[in-house]
Ligand binder design. Structure first.
Ligand SMILES: Nc1nc2c(ncn2[C@@H]2O[C@H](COP(=O)(O)OP(=O)(O)OP(=O)(O)O)[C@@H](O)[C@H]2O)c(=O)[nH]1
Ligand SMILES: [Mg+2]
Length: 370
């Protein structure tokens, strides 16, 4: 089956949300569609507070989208929210009258599709499949999500629309299989970590919103050459590299991992918990921020919320404002006042500014704390 490429994006605008926020949300959804490799051909906005039970959007909007599907070559509809799978299913049935091949996704499904495209390791693929199965429930087999080879997804397509009981049973047994495979991999990871703790190697972890420049920072510090891309979710796996600190000459480990984004359901955060394990056990977190992003403060908050969900909100962290080649001094002053308690650093990986001082301060931090 071909995955959809041309999308109509629909968003509900709650009355309390400002136009500016709504615009930023849509912009991010468009960036996500770009990262997926698709194209946005129409936007549909609906102003209403409570979403309609049966098919999420109001009747009028559903009709409007049906007409748009007929008059364009759209083969996908994306709702910019977390939507129940039965609502998506109901909408899909209606939209199929306009185009039998239409797929209807919510924001999470789009993110999962991007994840599954970028996942490199078996573990990442299994995690994504598990998150998708949890998010979509047994309806997953009829919702255009292709499970990876590791999960044994081949040959299961199509059950969804014919036999509900069979589909549920299959879903349960597949989910169990993935969980077992993941547990084995997780144990291996934990053993590695324990060995490191025993040897006494300190770890510093890079975290932050997607596209902030985390991998760029990781590369410049470790001398590695991991993929850097101006796209959301270029990195999905955890990577660890060795670093020699400038003064103490101590060898530490630096890790880079998946970026965060808002509106991620708990199941996805849970699924990536083991990928984030390195960060969860780190001695210090470097929270990298794209300072040139007009929405950076809201993104900082999102990251803080995810840290809270992962129960690591008490971990010491430094805020590392990246891309200062693209902002003025006034903005630097604003950030340094606002986030004083997080020992803000200002860097540009692009122009190699501030990296030495950052490393020196990491060294100082690791050697003065109790
Ligand atoms: N102007 C500017 N751009 C930068 C700088 N550092 C990184 N970038 C760009 O920002 C984009 C994202 O960089 P990545 O390092 O892939 O970001 P990331 O945080 O690892 O992103 P994900 O892995 O997708 O979450 C790329 O296009 C980089 O070239 C910088 O200092 N200045
Ligand atoms: Mg990255």
């Amino acid at each position: 089956m071909d995955l959809p490429k041309k999308f109509i994006i629909a968003s509900i605008l709650p009355y309390k949300q400002s136009e500016e926020e709504a615009f930023l949300d849509l912009k991010e959804l468009k960036d996500l569609v770009d990262a997926y490799g698709g194209e946005v051909i129409e936007y549909v906005l609906q102003k209403r507070e409570v979403h309609s039970k049966g098919h999420y959007l109001g009747k009028g909007k559903v009709e409007e989208i049906s007409e748009l599907i007929k008059s364009t070559d759209a083969d996908g509809v994306i709702l910019n929210a977390i939507v129940k799978s039965n609502q998506l299913f109901e909408m899909k049935k209606i939209f199929q009258e306009s185009n039998p091949k239409i797929e209807v996704w919510d924001r999470v499904q789009l993110i999962l599709q991007i994840f599954s495209k970028h996942a490199q390791t078996t573990e990442a693929r299994l995690q994504i499949d598990l998150a998708a199965m949890e998010h979509m429930g047994p309806r997953i087999y009829g919702m255009g999500f292709v499970l990876s080879r590791q999960t044994g997804g081949i040959g299961t397509r199509g059950i969804g629309e014919t036999n509900t009981e069979l589909m549920k049973r299959h879903w349960r047994s597949q989910k169990k299989k993935i969980e077992e495979k993941l547990n084995k991999l997780k144990e291996e990871r934990e053993r590695q970590l324990e060995r490191r703790v025993k040897v006494g190697i300190k770890t510093v972890s890079i975290i932050g919103y997607t596209n902030a420049g985390k991998t760029s920072l990781f590369n410049i510090i470790t001398g590695k050459n991991k993929l850097v891309e101006n796209a959301l979710f270029a990195t999905l796996d955890s990577i660890v590299g060795k670093v020699y600190l400038p003064t103490s000459k101590e060898e530490i480990l630096l890790s880079d991992t998946i970026g965060f984004i808002k509106n991620l359901p708990a199941s996805l955060i849970e699924a990536f918990r083991s990928t984030l394990l390195e960060s969860l056990h780190a001695d210090l977190l470097l929270h990298v921020i794209d300072s040139s992003d007009s929405d950076s403060m809201r993104k900082i908050e999102t990251v803080e919320k995810v840290l809270f969900a992962l129960q690591v909100e008490k971990k010491p962290r430094m805020y590392v404002f990246n891309k200062i080649d693209s902002i003025d001094d006034e903005k630097i002053k604003l950030f340094s006042d606002e986030y004083e308690e997080y020992s803000p650093h200002f860097i540009s990986v692009k122009n190699n500014i501030g990296i030495d001082i950052l490393l020196q301060d990491i060294d100082n931090y690791l050697h003065t704390k109790k």
